[in-house]
Design a protein around this ligand. Sequence first.
Ligand code: FES
Length: 156
Amino acid sequence: MVQAQDDSIEKILRHYADVQGGLLPCLHALQAEWGYIVPAAIPRLAKAFNQSRAEIWGTLSFYSFFKTEPPKPFQIQICQAESCQAMGARAIFKSVTAYIAQNSHLTDVVDIEAVYCFGNCACSPCARIGDQVLGEVSAKQLNTAVEDMVAGGGSD
Ligand code: FES
């Protein structure tokens, strides 16, 4: 398992290391492989891109898209950009976060994330459950959608 992971990291690094501006596409490829940036990749990224580990971590922490921990099986994203914010998205985010935290069958399996615009602003506030973007959502609707997603075992 570890050797297979090492081999995959090396293969991805070889593909991007000599590409100008290759770090970000490399990070995307690594995340696509495991759903997050595995810790073993960090020192190798530093070496391949001639940067310090701190610089690699700096890039990872700057872009919220990149994950440094394994994702939970179910994902919900709630838009916090201007249009959705104007339509109450901050309160919705807090409410859904609290709902997940208060329900132990959800806490360990659902990741909730603030994101910034799905390009669906006319239907603000918006959220994504699994692969499905929902518009004009309420906290109550999202709580139900999260329950349905987890009960159904799928992302849509
Ligand atoms: S601001 Fe939320 S979808 Fe655009």
